[in-house]
Design a protein around this ligand. Structure first.
Ligand code: PMP
Length: 396
């Protein structure tokens, strides 16, 4: 196994989660909808799991949790479902320019369905412009969807302020919490968000399971129609082993997050300091302080991020250039462009994301390899200082 520094693309499933799930594959495997005793056992574990996920976000009632197949589906249910439900009230939805591709594409879908979708700009640190949010809101605005943090550059968004503004204006607020849920606590009693996308894998549970937290009284239209499971909000037989794993992961995460986040922050800070100190013309993308404890996103002038990833691969180090879901496109990251970077700058990025299994030796290994490889790639690079000039600048 390589030195794994791509935890924002996928996380390993915690051993304790795997053991908890095993029983529900071939021993207690019944369908919760079945009326026999085994069905009751499945219903019981399903509801206990719902309770644990509700506790993870400090929700008052387990009924506030709707299980889904993951973050993409939760985003669809939370945004399309809420927009469709409120169509008679208004047709305007606000997202940000730096949302995950699943939300950007939901925005395009809503436009085809006749909604007006505004994309809130961000500052050079990748933080949404709150001053503009108020100006974007009209009488037609029915929903704001802004992620808790950027899954790329790690900037943490002012979720509490957005929630307050949305509440004052009577607008629903949805947030995709995937990027931050393993490192920043969610407390819906303190910050009363209406709809929250949660994912199991991002807290070291199995992939293919997620949830939508839905505040009491908030309603969405279902997007998957069928047998009426999950109180009619999400049909389809529940993935009981996956949900059991998700719940166990949530229970562990709630307990271990404070200490774990602190450790990740120390490792991240060591990495950032060393990279910026030892590699000339290296930069940190995203906010220096308001950033996810497990995220370090760099850019190096004159090199291509993809070449760097392949070089690191040769040294058995797994990292990324940005969001895994957009990694196959040749386009520069929409997040970096929205932050005002040039295409050349945006192409030179490296996303290092740490996790529960990251050790200091992993960071040391990266720090040992990275500076030489950046120098080597720069020697091969056709890019020159003039490619990095913003308008009105001159080569010094
Ligand atoms: N939202 C964010 C912020 C993500 O990073 C991702 C991908 N990891 C998703 C949504 C989609 O998650 P999934 O592919 O598990 O549905």
């Amino acid at each position: 196994m390589s030195v794994y520094l791509d935890n924002q693309a996928a996380k390993p499933v915690d051993e304790r989660v795997v053991s908890e799930m095993m029983l529900y594959f071939n021993e207690k495997f019944a369908n919760p909808a079945s009326l026999h005793y085994d069905g009751d056992v499945a219903t019981d574990i399903l509801e206990k799991s719902r309770e644990k996920v509700a506790k993870f976000v400090n929700a008052p009632d387990r009924a506030d949790i709707i299980f889904t197949s993951g973050a993409t589906e939760s985003n669809n249910l939370g945004i399309i479902g809420a927009a469709m439900r409120q169509k008679k009230k208004g047709n305007h939805v606000i997202i940000s320019e730096i949302e995950h591709i699943s939300i950007l594409n939901i925005g395009k879908y809503l436009e085809k369905e006749g909604f007006r979708v505004s994309r809130l700009p961000v500052d050079r640190f990748g933080i949404v412009r709150l001053d503009k949010l108020e100006k974007y809101i009209t009488d037609e605005t029915i929903l704001i969807s802004i992620s808790t943090a950027s899954n790329e550059v790690g900037s943490v968004q002012p979720t509490a302020e957005i929630s307050k503004l949305a509440q004052e204006k009577g607008i629903l607020f949805h947030t995709d919490a995937l990027a931050s849920e393993s490192v920043l606590p969610i407390d819906v009693k303190k910050v009363p968000i209406d709809l929250i996308t949660l994912s199991s894998n991002d807290i070291y549970g199995p992939r293919g399971v997620g949830a939508l937290y839905m505040k009491k009284g908030v309603r969405v239209n279902p997007i998957i129609i069928g047998g009426g499971q999950e109180r009619g909000f999400r049909s389809g037989s529940e993935n009981v082993p996956g949900i059991v794993g998700f719940a166990k992961a949530a229970e562990i995460m709630k307990e271990e997050m404070p200490k774990e986040s602190e450790n990740l922050k120390k490792l991240r800070d060591k990495l950032i300091k060393n990279v910026l100190d030892t590699i000339p013309k290296s930069h940190l993308n995203g906010h220096p302080e308001k950033r996810l404890p497990h995220n370090a996103h760099f850019r190096f002038d004159y090199i291509e991020g993809e070449s760097l990833i392949l070089t690191l691969k040769e040294h058995n180090i797994a990292a990324a250039t940005g969001s895994a879901c957009s990694s196959k496109t040749l386009e520069p990251s929409h997040t970096l462009i929205a932050m005002g970077l040039l295409h050349e700058e945006a192409h030179g990025s490296l996303l290092v994301s740490l996790g529960r299994t990251t050790r200091e030796s992993d960071i040391d290994k990266l720090l040992e390899v990275l500076p030489d490889q950046v120098i080597r790639l720069r020697k091969l690079s056709p890019l020159t200082p003039s490619d990095f000039l913003k308008k009105n600048e001159e080569v010094k």
